[in-house]
Design a protein around this ligand. Structure first.
Ligand SMILES: C[S@@+](CC[C@H](N)C(=O)[O-])C[C@H]1O[C@@H](n2cnc3c(N)ncnc32)[C@H](O)[C@@H]1O
Length: 405
């Protein structure tokens, strides 16, 4: 039987909770609590000097605690783990976690001040993955089990995706991924394992939507407009989960490159996806490196106007033979660059590295590895792509040893 304790919380914790101390002085991470609250909590796990707890009752609430807008949160929807905090407090919590990661994990004692880019906090998500219930209706996974929670009024989904979530039925399917082209109005639904009987919401017809089975996702496309370019994106390719977020990332990456390197002669875009940064940074020559065949095929299409100034390589970064570059942009998945990725970045001889990270902890570690390799952290931008969840997107820029002053 685990004990129930009364705790006073202090700072933010990386997974969206808060941190306190147990009566014996050990640090405890409290899920469901916000900073500066008094809560009753059940200790659910203990590992050495740390413990993990779940808030069961809020005794003294933070003034920034709010009632979640979305009814599905109370049902246990696992998508928005911070809807009980005001958007302002959410951002402060993310900022604190990021600052801690840079200082403690990255061992960088005096990082530059972090700039925050705020984006709309409702109706933004243009890629939505949902599970399918026995009756064909769509729902999100419960935060802590495999049960489904209906999302009749999802707060964060783009209005077209929200209509499908609420009103479409896919009997016999396991999962669907809805993708919306915000600027083009196109909608693509990838049905896993395949397209069977489909019931569309009232007012929708077959012409309003592309439907494709998972096996054919790489040959079905939507289009989106970002940075004044039209992008082809297959159902199997990675694309940022919101259009304005893609714009914000392009702007942050582009200005970091311009300010620190001018117009590069040779740009390498690692983990290039469909070519978002390769096509928009503005370089004389660009090499895009991407493991997914679907994404690199889209990148070839999207970079076609650059002719032989662009090369798209379908190879995992860990098997890529680094080529010389002036600037490297790297946007790895959540696990980050890690040591092998940093070694490849360093091997290009680039004087400027722009890192796009979607996890504060792995960003802190990668920043520390780059600093160990002689780079200096010049700039950090927190793009708040995922309001109501603890997730972040971070654009950072580093100057190499030969360019640091
Ligand atoms: C966070 S996404 C970034 C994509 C692109 N930069 C963008 O903003 O749209 C990461 C990309 O890395 C690709 N990827 C994952 N593992 C990889 C690896 N080992 N080597 C190369 N690419 C990889 C994924 O397919 C995905 O397209």
């Amino acid at each position: 039987m685990y004990p129930t304790v009364v705790l006073d919380t202090a700072g933010a914790e990386a997974e969206g909770g808060s941190v306190g101390r147990l009566p014996d002085g050990r640090v405890v991470f409290v899920r469901g609590a916000l900073p500066a609250e008094r809560v009753s909590a059940t200790v659910i796990d203990q590992r050495g000097r740390f413990a993990f707890a779940e808030a069961t009752e809020v005794i003294v609430a933070s003034p920034s605690r709010v009632e979640p807008v979305c009814p599905s949160v109370a049902e246990g929807c696992g998508g928005c783990d911070l809807q009980h905090a005001s958007v302002e407090l959410q951002r402060l919590m993310k900022l604190q976690v990021l600052n801690d990661a840079i200082r403690r994990i990255g061992r960088i004692p005096e990082p530059p001040e972090i700039r925050v880019v705020d984006l709309l906090a409702a109706g933004f998500r243009t890629t939505v993955r949902a599970a399918v219930d026995d009756d064909g209706s769509l729902g999100y996974r419960h935060g802590r089990s495999h049960e489904l929670v209906a999302a009749p009024a999802c707060l964060i989904a783009h209005p077209l995706a929200a209509e499908l979530l609420a009103g479409a039925r896919f009997p016999g399917a396991d999962e669907v991924t809805i993708r919306v082209g915000e600027r083009t109005g196109e909608v693509l639904v990838v049905v896993d394992p395949g397209v069977g009987r489909v019931v569309l919401p009232l007012g929708w017809s077959d012409e309003d939507i592309g439907l494709v089975g998972a096996a054919d996702a790489s040959s079905s496309f939507i289009h989106e407009v970002v940075a004044d370019r039209r992008w082809r994106i297959s159902g199997a390719s990675f694309f940022q989960s919101r259009r304005d977020g893609a714009e914000a990332l392009v702007a942050a990456v582009r200005s970091a490159v311009e300010d620190l390197a001018g117009r590069p002669r040779r740009l390498v875009d690692l983990y290039a996806g469909v070519g978002l940064f390769a096509a928009t940074v503005g370089a004389d020559n660009v090499v895009a490196v991407e493991a997914s065949r679907a994404s690199i095929s889209d990148a070839r299409h999207n970079l076609a106007d650059l002719g032989d100034r662009a090369r798209c390589l379908a190879v995992p970064v860990e098997r890529w033979r680094p080529s010389p570059a002036d600037v490297v942009v790297a946007d790895p998945p959540r696990a980050g660059l890690r040591r092998h990725g940093v070694e490849r970045v360093v091997a290009t001889g680039a004087g400027v590295v722009v890192l796009v990270s979607c996890d504060s902890g792995s960003f802190g570690r990668d920043a520390g590895l780059l600093v160990d390799a002689g780079f200096r952290l010049e700039r950090v931008v927190l793009v708040d792509m995922f309001p109501h969840s603890h997730h972040v997107e971070v654009v950072s820029a580093f100057l190499g040893p030969q360019r640091s002053t």
